[in-house]
Design a binder for this molecule. Structure first.
Ligand code: ADP
Ligand code: 5SP
Length: 454
């Protein structure tokens, strides 16, 4: 048996899968939590890697990591963090994103250069924020990595120079996505001086090895890894409901959407990954459960006991600011509350708001391709909820393919490692997927849209 190790270093936790390289069967699985917040000491991710993946590494013949995109890991000359990492869901750099867009010549020019219109999530805007608000930290920044690059360097033998891939690089704001090249001048313009950037590893190649000689693939961003893990094909739309809500698809040609609705990232296989991302997703349900004093199962039961439309209760779930639509300073807005509103209505409204927000993201991605999707697939932690599974096809207005419960980012990282090991992208069957169907409830989306557009 040849085993490969795939790791997802995502927003809330590290998930490690030891996988049979021949067919993708998961042999062992471990996780470790990450600290909460949008500003995190990145060394916590290294400890989480050691806890979750460390015990599996000795049995693997290759390893790779998919990581939360965009996070700014700013290091000094000794390779130590200058400050805590600012994550993709930290919106403090919204003005800096606008400034950088203007310096590039406006939204379309920005999309033409980097593939996307920058938002607060992008690494470059965070570098600019540090330059303008923490000049003493900015002056000490000598190298900038993304979360997965930082984890991979920890996994690699001491002295290995950091490496990354074009998928994750395309979310920085200083990478020319359609050309596949760093733009070190844009990184320097963001932070105020030149900084070292990780070496780019080609799709399906190794970038280094561990002290024990286990080869390490280039890794990638978590959404590019999920596309690999799901075997996404053109025409498929993947909806991921984790900390972020994501609608993504794969494309052979780059996207440059000057409206900013769809980001034109690269994927991990040499193509592109048009995406729309929300900042508020699974945690809408976490918060609602806390407010109602119930766990996830009870929240789902309450929601399914209320009628579609939650008796007129609707809300915009933009609690942490939002990115799709681009409202970094937004907060949550509830409407339709009356003396007759029940706990069931409140629970139902949470699922409907989450799914309406995701339906908006799906529409944007579908609109960018101009084609009705071949399949809509759904993954991520919140798909464990019976109410998400029941209401998703009704609100998305289409059947939804649900693969067996699993960690598809980590599976994608494992597939990347197996690719580099064998020299060919292995075909791993995805068996046991279920198709979820329900009568569409367009009225729910109309009510949500009315509040969103008010
Ligand atoms: N049964 C459930 N119902 C709803 N949400 C759930 C359930 N189980 C887990 N979650 C949520 O899923 C989220 C974690 O999903 P995950 O895809 O691992 O996120 P990330 O990759 O962003 O770290 C958490 O917010 C968690 O509360
Ligand atoms: O910012 C984005 C995509 O642009 C997010 O999708 C992050 O990549 C975090 O992902 P999760 O931890 O929620 O999976």
């Amino acid at each position: 048996m040849t085993y490969v190790l795939g790791v997802d270093s995502s927003t809330q936790s590290t998930k490690a899968l030891l996988v049979d390289a021949a067919d993708g069967t998961v042999v062992e699985q471990r996780t470790a939590p990450h600290p909460a917040g949008t500003e995190v000491d990145p060394r916590a991710w290294l400890a989480a890697f050691d806890e979750a993946a460390g015990p599996l590494l000795a049995r693997a013949e290759a390893v790779s990591v998919g990581g939360q995109q965009h996070g700014m890991v700013a290091l000094d000359t000794a390779g130590e963090p200058v400050r805590d990492a600012l994550l993709w869901n930290d919106t403090r750099s919204a003005q800096e994103a606008r400034d950088l867009i203007e310096e590039l010549g406006g939204p379309q020019a920005c999309a033409d250069v980097i593939g996307s219109v920058m938002v607060a999530s992008f690494t470059a805007s965070k570098l600019r924020w540090v330059r303008d608000h923490e000049p003493e930290h900015a002056a000490r920044v000598s190298e900038v990595l993304l979360p997965h690059d930082y984890v991979l360097r920890h996994v690699a033998a001491p002295g290995t120079a950091a490496f990354t891939d074009r998928g994750d690089a395309s979310g920085t704001g200083y990478f020319a996505t359609s050309k596949g090249e760093w733009r070190p001048d844009l990184a320097a313009a963001a932070i105020g001086h030149e900084v070292a950037l990780p070496r780019l590893v080609e799709p399906g190649a190794f970038g280094g090895e561990t002290s024990a000689g286990v080869p390490i693939a280039g890794g990638t961003g978590d959404n590019a890894a999920a596309a690999l893990g799901m075997g996404l094909e053109p025409g498929d739309v993947l909806v991921s409901i984790g900390t972020s809500g994501v609608a993504s698809t794969v494309s052979a040609v780059p996207v440059a959407d000057g409206s900013g609705a769809v980001t034109g990232f690269a994927d991990a296989a040499g193509g592109y990954l048009p995406m729309a991302t929300t900042i508020n997703a699974a945690q809408i349900l976490d918060l609602q459960g806390r407010w109602l004093g119930v766990d996830h199962d009870e929240l789902a039961r309450l929601a399914l006991a209320a009628p579609a439309g939650a008796n007129g209760v609707t809300f915009l779930p933009y609690y942490g600011g939002e990115r799709t639509p681009n409202r970094p300073d937004a907060t949550g807005t509830w409407t339709g509350l009356t003396p007759r509103t029940t706990r069931e209505d409140l629970a139902r409204a949470a699922f409907e708001a989450l799914l309406c927000s995701l339906a908006d993201a799906v529409d944007l991605v579908v609109g960018s391709t101009g084609q009705e999707p071949r399949r809509i697939l759904m993954v991520g932690g919140a798909t464990r909820s019976a109410a998400v599974r029941a209401l998703a096809p009704a609100i998305l207005g289409r059947p939804v393919v649900l693969p067996p419960s699993g960690e598809y980012v980590a599976r994608g990282a494992a597939r990347q490692a197996a690719w580099a090991l064998s020299g060919a992208l292995p075909q791993w069957p995805l068996t046991g997927a279920e198709t979820l169907e329900a009568e569409p409830t367009p009225g729910v989306r109309e009510a949500y849209a009315a509040v969103r557009d008010a």
